[in-house]
Design a protein around this ligand. Structure first.
Ligand SMILES: [Zn+2]
Length: 358
């Protein structure tokens, strides 16, 4: 048993000065005030925020490396920034061979923090997204090859519901209980969203089809359908300048979807200081340099929501989507001691995973 003392603890609904008891890798209790006892392993949080470890369900890379090339480096960069659960994400912008070999490579990693794989494509509407020239037509044989390469670890599979072959892909995904169906890079309608559980980066790479002759009438596109939904979860990218999603739209998403919002990094790499935006060789916005600790801080700054509300968007909400919220995702007795000590700017002081300091 050891204590994290003197922390500003962010639980699911509250924030208070207190301490956490940790034993055998689990949280044994959370209390306000100071502990009566001390142990040699105690950690003094110095008044800083203590949050659950972050869970990033959409992340391509970090530390200068893509998961597709060097998963160890990418994983380490995000873990250092407090992400204790991650879904390495393989994107549509690679060749068929590379897509398959990347899935295989990640499926072989035996590391507790890697919770599975997010397939962002490869079957998308090429009108939406940065550098979509490698996006290709649906192929049943390739889909099965990708699925088998994932060895049951594909947890999210994104596609554009309006493309040819989408019905076959949707049926396949819905027949696999371990896979969350995700729509993105799309201009799909409410009807086409049937059976879908998650929306890939809401507001980004998403359209209303332009309708000629409707000047000054607000177009109802996929984003509006999602905002009106009673069940969909939505990924959100909250960068520091509100470029991926402006502050007003972040607020609207929070007002409409509440705890069905999930912050993602969509990172292709990470950067400790400076801009968190990434542009590809064509000058298009392409992924980010975010890590989830910063996304949570940015969301709080842009929308004015509280720490518990902002933190849930990067911890408990993704844990619920993935069905692991009984084990992790909030500071609660009995859950795994996945914890982050950081300041209000989300600069990391210490990361703890399964009760062990990293
Ligand atoms: Zn992505």
């Amino acid at each position: 048993m050891y204590y994290i003392k003197n922390g500003t603890i962010v639980t699911e609904k509250d924030i208070f000065r207190g301490f956490i008891g940790i034993e055998d890798g689990l949280i044994s209790f959370v209390e306000a005030g100071e502990p009566q006892k001390t142990t040699p392993g105690d950690i003094n949080a110095g008044g800083l925020l203590v949050t659950p470890g972050f869970i990033d369900i959409h992340c391509h890379g970090g530390g200068g490396a893509l998961f597709a090339d060097d998963p160890g480096t990418a994983y380490e960069a995000h873990r250092r920034n407090g992400t204790t659960g991650i879904l390495p994400t393989i994107g549509y912008n690679m060749t068929a061979d590379k897509f398959l070999s990347s899935i295989k490579k990640i499926a072989e990693i035996d590391e507790g923090g890697i919770l599975g794989i997010n397939c962002e494509g490869p079957y998308i509407n090429p009108q939406y997204g940065a550098e979509t020239s490698l996006a290709r037509a649906f192929s049943r044989a390739e889909m099965e090859e990708i699925y088998n390469a994932g060895k049951g670890l594909i947890k999210i599979w994104m596609f554009s519901p309006e493309i040819d072959g989408a019905e076959e892909l949707r049926e396949f995904i819905l027949s696999k209980p371990e896979i969350i169906s995700c729509a993105g890079h799309t201009e799909c309608t409410a009807v086409q969203l049937e059976g879908i559980e998650l929306i890939c980066h809401l507001f980004d790479a998403m359209g209303p089809k332009e309708r000629p002759g409707r000047k000054a009438i607000h177009e109802n596109g996929t984003a509006e359908v999602v905002l009106a939904s009673d069940h969909l979860y939505a990924e959100l990218i909250a960068d520091s300048k509100g470029v991926h999603v402006p502050a007003e739209l972040l607020k609207i998403a929070y007002k409409c979807l509440g705890d069905r919002n999930i912050l993602i990094s969509d990172a292709v790499s990470t950067k400790e200081n400076g801009s968190d935006l990434n542009y590809n060789e064509q000058g298009e916005l392409s992924g980010s340099l975010l890590s989830l600790n910063k996304a949570v801080r940015n969301m709080k700054k842009h929308t004015g929501i509280s720490w518990p509300e902002a933190v849930r968007l990067g911890t408990l909400n993704p844990a619920k989507l993935l069905g692991i919220d009984k084990k992790t995702g909030s500071i609660e007795p009995g859950k795994r001691a996945d914890l982050v000590i950081m300041n209000e700017e989300a600069n990391i002081h210490l990361v703890i995973a399964g009760g062990r300091r990293l």
